[in-house]
Write a protein that binds this ligand. Structure first.
Ligand code: B4P
Length: 190
């Protein structure tokens, strides 16, 4: 079973590359950002709570996103593997994911981190904000707050996977197809 974590700051290309990996490898895509935006669109209590935090560039509480991922894993017992996109974003989430996968007799195969500098991230997200309708893409101040959240709470997750010898980083700047080719070379499984 191939279980891949796509890692990187907001705007690094995680969602973009996940779509290409799904087409090639037939894995199940689990994006916590997409699931949360789905909850917001449906106007659920969880969505209303999450919206306040997301619009302000903050992370949603660990227990909320861990519960969402646990439900999705249970809902896909026959999956050939998963792409985790935007999850885990804290060490507590990474530890919880290890436990959830252990309970299913599987584990994370590897983490691929997309490396992109802050200036490029801000440019990409502001560009996407012109059409995405996402409040968190529309305001440079919120984008900088998201990058700050990433630097303070999410970067330690890379260390967590480095200690398990599962971490590889890739240059996330350049043509999307070239970056995808680099990921496929690292993953080497589909
Ligand atoms: P996400 O939905 O994960 O948002 P993201 O990081 O902005 O998306 P992504 O990184 O996938 O976008 P992509 O680079 O593909 O999270 C949103 C919010 O949800 C978080 O701030 C947080 O509040 C909450 N949340 C989600 N998960 C959570 C968790 N686990 N714990 C707590 N809170 C959580 O795309 C960016 C743009 O770049 C696109 O327009 C794309 O076309 C472009 N692009 C991609 N590759 C490019 C390239 N090579 N060159 C030029 N442009 C490129």
């Amino acid at each position: 079973m191939l279980n891949l974590v796509l890692f990187g700051p907001p705007g690094a290309g995680k969602g973009t590359q996940s779509q290409k990996l799904i087409e090639k490898c037939g894995l199940i895509h689990l994006s916590t950002g997409d699931i949360l935006r789905g909850e917001i669109a449906q106007g659920t209590t969880l969505g209303l709570e999450a919206k306040k935090l997301m619009d302000d560039g903050k992370l949603v509480p660990d227990e909320v996103v861990i519960g969402m991922i646990s439900n999705k894993l249970d809902a896909n017992p026959e999956a050939p593997g998963f792409i985790f996109d935007g999850f885990p974003r804290t060490v507590a989430q990474a530890e919880a994911l290890d436990t959830l996968l252990e309970g299913k007799n599987t584990a994370i195969s590897s983490m691929v981190a997309l490396v992109v500098d802050d200036e490029e991230l801000e440019k990409r997200l502001l560009e996407r904000g012109k059409t995405s309708g996402r409040p968190d893409d529309a305001n440079p101040e919120i984008i900088r707050k998201r990058i700050h959240e990433y630097n303070s709470k999410t970067t330690p997750v890379a260390e967590f996977y480095k200690q398990q010898n599962k971490y590889t980083s890739i240059n996330g700047i350049g043509p999307i197809d070239q970056i995808f080719a680099d990921i496929v070379e690292v993953v080497d499984a589909c």
